[in-house]
Design a protein around this ligand. Structure first.
Ligand code: ADP
Length: 392
């Protein structure tokens, strides 16, 4: 198990002239985890998150970062904020400079980086959020989703270990929200610890590795999402609702379906449960193939030709750069979120698909498909699109 990176020990906090917002909370977060802090408005999520990087100091109790008690002198806070980046709910409150470049450079400049290091940090951060070429743009002219990405880049430019997001999808449309959650996954895959606050259970349930249910400044339940969200009593106490997939699986369980210990977290998992139960199993056609294409490798221009030569193939893109590549090549994307599972579902119906992606995400496809096949007894072939194939 990885090391604890953030810890709270019996913390309490009351706003001046306000009521107690945090009423005796203890928890820990491990390096590399994806944590969702879930609760209704006013539960204390935002207040708690602000303690992670020292913006709010508990009245009593202590906060620890990397096993050291957080100190609140200017030098210590400066050091802490380099390690724990905070993305505010409203990007307009986070973006301060007249151009995207200047805004993203703000942190590195403040940390005293020299000019080439600042330029490099900004370039890397903008690349991570898919905003290369936006350097000279005035932030106020950007869309809500783009502004959000600028504010994230500003935090990423300091290369923190932990990224804290207060209501990350607030103000974004459904597709913008999906893109953003995928960006969080990408950042987590690159090794960042991610903590989000949300009141959206449908968003938190499939995403988080651990959910902390918060209500009236106290933790009601802290567990893996299917346990945390599966108990109606706790969910009601926290003024939340049971995620649809969990509700459905509970219903099916009552009707004699076998529900695996690891509850369904996707439509694919749910289909598997249902199919297992059918007395006459669904006669699958020969499964389709899933081809994985690393868009960072080789000559991408031939990708369009490759796709065109396969009418009926569905294209999915995982990750910001893969989506940009598809846009540049005018390749229509069928799947942009939950891509691997959607391609597995498609393969089970006998159809082929190709997943565009990059770097370490490439191996994720094979791992997920293999795990699914092992569990379900199906055989789905994962092919990789090599540079030679792509020129043909
Ligand atoms: P959440 O993020 O879950 O919506 P908050 O942390 O914003 O909850 O708020 C927790 C409690 O603290 C609420 O009762 C809220 O009214 C109160 N509160 C938040 N900010 C302030 C403030 N600046 N001054 C006084 N009370 C506040």
């Amino acid at each position: 198990m990885s090391r604890i990176i953030l810890e709270a020990r019996d913390i309490r906090y009351r706003y001046p002239r306000g009521r107690e917002a945090i009423s005796g909370i203890s928890f820990h977060i491990r390096r590399g985890e994806k944590i969702a802090l879930v609760g209704p408005n006013g539960a204390g999520k935002s207040t708690l998150l602000q303690m992670f990087n020292g913006m709010i100091r508990p009245d009593t109790g202590i906060m620890l970062f990397d096993n050291k008690v957080i100190r609140y002198d200017t030098a210590s806070l400066r050091q802490l904020r380099k390690r724990v980046g905070f993305v505010l709910q409203n990007p307009d409150r986070q973006i301060i400079a007249p151009t995207v470049y200047q805004d993203v450079a703000f942190g590195p400049v403040n940390l005293g980086y020299d000019e080439p290091a600042v330029r490099e940090s900004v370039a890397v951060a903008l690349r991570q959020v898919g905003l290369e070429g936006f350097e000279r743009r005035p932030p106020h002219q950007l869309s809500g989703g783009e502004k959000k990405r600028v504010s994230i880049a500003g935090v990423l430019a300091m290369d923190p270990d932990v990224l804290v997001f207060d209501e990350p999808t607030s103000g974004l449309d459904p597709s913008g929200s999906e893109d953003l959650m995928e960006l969080l996954d990408e950042l987590n895959h690159d090794g960042k610890t991610i903590v989000i606050s949300t009141h959206d259970v449908e968003l938190a349930y499939p995403w988080a590795e651990r959910a902390i249910l918060l209500m009236d400044g106290q933790i009601i339940r802290e567990d893996v999402p299917d346990v945390a969200f599966g108990n109606t009593k706790y969910v009601r106490m926290a003024h939340l609702s049971v995620p649809t997939l969990l509700e459905l699986s509970a219903e099916l369980g009552k009707r004699g379906f076998t529900i695996p210990e690891r509850k369904p977290r996707s439509v694919l998992d749910m289909v598997h449960i249902i199919e297992n139960h059918l007395s006459k199993p669904y006669a699958h056609p020969a499964p389709g193939t899933i081809t994985v294409c690393n868009v960072d490798e080789g000559e991408t221009l031939s990708l369009t030709t490759w796709v065109k030569a396969r009418p009926g193939i569905a294209v999915g893109a995982m990750g910001t750069r893969a989506k940009q590549c598809a846009a540049q090549e005018q390749i229509a994307l069928e799947f942009t979120y939950g891509v691997i599972d959607k391609c597995i579902l498609r393969a089970l119906r006998g159809h082929d698909s190709v997943i565009l992606t990059t770097g370490s995400m490439v191996s994720r496809v094979a791992v997920r498909v293999e795990a699914y096949c092992k569990e379900s007894g199906n055989t789905i072939r994962v092919a990789s699109l090599t540079i030679r194939d792509r020129s043909g």
